[in-house]
Design a binder for this molecule. Structure first.
Ligand code: SF4
Length: 729
């Protein structure tokens, strides 16, 4: 698995214009830079913040490093084409993204209520982007400049790349590419693809000929003739997912239709003797060496595309939807993933295999770009909460091998951890110290999708490339995983010893089952990097939901807690764990929520903010939510359905169990406990969940706006978005 290094391209001629202090958002700024036009225009649903935590800044600065003139259209008014024409037509293409989040998750709560806030907008004001922004932006760009190529990317496009369940419409939608009518979709981390696309278009290729870049998807009319097409149900060998075959129908081959492209069987196994067609009774047999066999098999695999059930089929058949979701997730390891194809009405959606992960040198190249590390000056003094949250934090790696089914990081960033070098990270800390306004000496986070996966990987690149498992840490930590935390410990030590750095905090979520493999790491973390509270995410206490989440049992939490308390005591510090839990995750029964509530009460936790499971596009847990099937195993119609809390009443009840201490929830909980035959838990002793009495509502309290609360002992959080707490939760 190799790829052209990201920095190994001759620069585009426009490099002579030099680097821009901020990428331009207006004609006036372009004039100041001496540009008559932009080569690439990025349209984004987020405010433009020139910081490596924001997608448009990463992509923009990277393309700029390759010599291209990049303009930004951020949060345009989408009612007409005026804002989309502001910078003129791009010489090469429009790059469209909804922003760092799916626009529907950004705009609505888990209970489908519209939000008034938006952490990615100036002053946290919502309403600056449309529903399914990528589609709307693509249409407006097309209307403004009909011949300009349109490339979609970012998390919304990435996770809606095939036919997908849309929670907000409660239906299966086709690929976002088909709805947006864009030319190309980039999925996953897009650096490799976007740089290659830019150079190829600059070199005179047309967008419809760019068909071989990993991590891209496009629509075609006909399948290429030199590929082997395999029906996905033959790969996953599911139980019967199609209707029983009519025994009197004539099979395709027998009826004479033997088009090799539509074959539904595996190609002949090259490990068998190669038998030539006998012209006579003589049979010629040629034996192949192991290397020959492997090389033929590899070559065949590279020319193999898996045909997923079509959009129409998955829309009408939940078992097929779950099967398609399962196959998509099986084909996500860049080391062995095959291309996928799915019919979308009249046309075929083709997905090339996922991008090759970035090397450390390439990660450094991306993060070492000259980011201004501030929002664009057009926003004046307005505060952008997502920026405020990360302005003093440093991203040290990408990817996650946890594979939690409700989370999309593994699907988007991949399972292979992509690490920056220690030198590059230290340089960024020094840059923050020396240049970012308001820095007081505290680095607020040194992490990534997970706090403690830095330089942790499979012990063998070869095994990793061949692995088909969805997680390296579930159901147990894989024996092939090298869990050595020494690089991270070394990095922490070096960072906190830098002059001018008073404290380095770790705010990213900790994979605590992994952390307990290295007590030395836990001691380092607890002694130096916890600001009084450490967030961790057991997500539940009961095996049923935990298995559907692919999370470890609560025993791992207890193990970590013991180490946390031991080392906190040793360091002479009073520190607390803040656990996260999810209510109403697929696989959760009312009984599971009751057990969780009892556990919370026993352990003295009171949930401050709670959130129900949010079915985000393409997540495995979302497929469970929609279909009631479990894509973590082979899909069979006859299998028992996964319990799913879908109705508003049951979701409300699950949430109420998490806030068992809130008197407003007591009437609902009393009724539920009686229905569950657990009226014994209603009473005023400490072993009972809720009391018999009901206090009068405090009108004064409820009429005053709630202040944003900070975590304290015994508080738990259940919002797992990595964003500052929302006002509306
Ligand atoms: S073999 Fe184990 S450690 Fe290696 S990639 Fe697979 S699951 Fe992860």
């Amino acid at each position: 698995m190799s790829a052209r290094p990201l920095y190994d391209y001759p620069p585009y001629w426009a490099e002579c214009y030099g680097r821009a202090p901020l990428l331009p958002m207006s004609r006036g700024e372009m004039d100041e830079l001496g540009w008559d036009s932009c080569d690439i225009i990025l349209v984004t649903g987020d405010a433009y913040v020139d910081h490596p935590s924001f997608g448009m800044a990463i992509v923009g600065r990277l393309l700029e490093a390759h010599g291209f003139r990049v303009g930004i259209i951020a949060q345009p008014d989408w009612q007409d084409t005026t804002a989309f024409s502001a910078l003129g037509a791009p010489n090469l293409f429009f790059g469209i993204t909804a922003g760092n989040m799916d626009s529907m998750i950004n705009r609505y709560t888990a209970d489908r209520k519209i939000r008034t806030d938006d952490a990615y907008s100036p002053d946290d004001i919502g309403g600056k982007r449309p529903d399914r922004s990528s589609i709307v932006y693509a249409h407006r760009c097309r209307e403004a400049f009909s011949t300009a190529p349109i490339v979609m990317g970012g998390i919304e496009a990435s996770l809606r790349r095939i036919a997908h369940y849309d929670y907000w419409q409660d239906k299966v939608r086709r690929s976002i590419l088909a709805d947006a009518k864009a030319d190309l979709l980039v999925y996953g981390n897009g650096e490799r693809a976007i740089v290659e696309i830019a150079h190829r278009l600059a070199g005179g290729e047309t967008i419809d000929t760019v068909r071989d870049i990993r991590g891209t998807a496009f629509l075609i009319d006909d399948l290429p003739s030199d590929w082997i097409v395999i029906d996905s149900s033959k790969i996953d060998k599911p139980g019967r997912i199609e209707e029983p075959v009519n025994p009197y129908s004539v099979p395709e081959q027998e009826s004479g239709n033997t088009n090799s492209l539509s074959t539904a069987t595996e190609p002949s196994q090259p490990c068998q003797p190669d038998v030539a067609k006998p012209a006579t009774n003589e049979i010629q047999v040629r034996f192949m060496s192991r290397d020959e066999r492997l090389s033929i098999r590899k070559e065949q695999r590279h020319r193999t595309v898996l045909r997923l059930p079509s959009y129409d089929m998955v829309k009408n058949d939940k078992a097929l939807y779950a099967h398609a979701n399962r196959v998509l997730h099986l084909e996500t390891n860049p080391g062995n993933a095959r291309a996928l194809v799915q019919n979308q009405g009249g046309r075929k959606l083709w997905l090339n295999p996922p991008p090759v992960p970035l090397s450390t040198e390439e990660m450094d190249y991306v993060f070492d770009q000259p980011f201004a590390r501030v929002p664009h000056s057009a926003y004046g003094k307005a505060k952008i909460p997502a920026y405020e949250m990360i302005r003093f934090s440093v991203n040290i790696m990408r990817g996650c091998f946890g594979g939690c089914t409700f989370c999309s990081i593994t699907e988007h960033e991949g399972r292979v951890i992509q690490n920056r070098s220690e030198t590059s990270i230290i340089k960024e800390i020094e840059t923050i110290r020396d240049t970012v306004p308001g820095f007081t000496g505290v680095i607020s986070d040194l992490g990534g999708p997970t706090a403690n996966m830095y330089r942790i990987a499979c012990k063998s690149r070869e095994i990793e490339a061949n692995c088909r498992l969805p997680s390296c840490v579930y159901p147990d930590i894989c024996s092939n995983l090298n869990t050595d935390h020494s690089s991270l410990i070394k990095l922490y030590r070096r960072a906190r010893e830098l002059p001018g750095i008073k404290k380095v905090l770790i705010a990213s979520g900790l994979r605590y089952d992994l952390a307990v493999e290295s007590p030395e790491y836990v001691e380092e973390l607890v002694s130096h990097h916890v600001g009084g509270y450490l967030k961790i995410a057991p997500e539940h206490t009961e095996r049923g939901p935990l298995d559907k989440m692919m999370k470890p049992g609560i025993g791992a939490y207890d193990q970590f807690k013991a180490l946390f308390e031991k080392f906190s005591k040793k360091a002479g510090k009073q520190q607390y764990l803040i656990p996260y839990f999810i209510a109403a995750h697929p696989g959760t029964t009312d009984q599971d929520m009751l057990q969780l509530a009892l556990w919370l009460k026993r352990n003295g936790f009171r949930a401050d903010q709670v959130q129900n499971f949010y079915p985000s596009p393409m997540a495995t847990a979302t497929a469970m939510y929609y279909t009631g099937k479990n894509p973590l195993q082979r899909i069979r119609r006859k299998d028992d359905d996964v319990p799913v809390a879908k109705s508003g009443t049951q979701r409300k009840l699950h949430k109420a169990f998490l806030r068992y201490h809130d008197p407003q929830n007591w009437p609902l909980l009393r009724e539920a406990l009686r229905d569950m035959g657990r009226a014994d838990l209603i009473g005023n002793s400490k072993d009972q969940l809720i009391p018999t009495y009901q206090p009068l509502p405090d009108k004064r309290k409820s009429s005053q706006p709630r202040k944003r609360q900070h975590p304290s002992k015994g508080k738990i959080l259940t919002q797992h978005t990595g964003l500052p707490p929302r006002k509306s939760t």
